[in-house]
Design a protein around this ligand. Sequence first.
Ligand SMILES: [Zn+2]
Length: 109
Amino acid sequence: MGVARAVLPDVPHAPRRYLRCNCCGGEAGRFVQHWNQDTGWGICRDCLERYYIGKGHDAGGVLSIFGVEGVNYASAEQWKRLKAKEAAAWAKWKRENGIGVVQPEGGAS
Ligand SMILES: [Zn+2]
């Protein structure tokens, strides 16, 4: 809705950095540091949906704790892209390291 952005000190063009999730410790994506989070920390979409959105925190609560969706933390769409990229990177790494490669039936034993 535009309203949230107007009252927030964070601006969309502020520098983005890689953030870790203060909840699970995983990657939270590359977003703008929110003033209410320790430097380098944010929230990943999984934890946000699991523990915050619709879990006793209204939109204003989430806004003051984590900031603006798509600026300070991943939107559902951004998260989906981020996860897809991560999965692709893992698949590539596994291929290159011969991990999870299933030998064809009746092959060398
Ligand atoms: Zn998390």
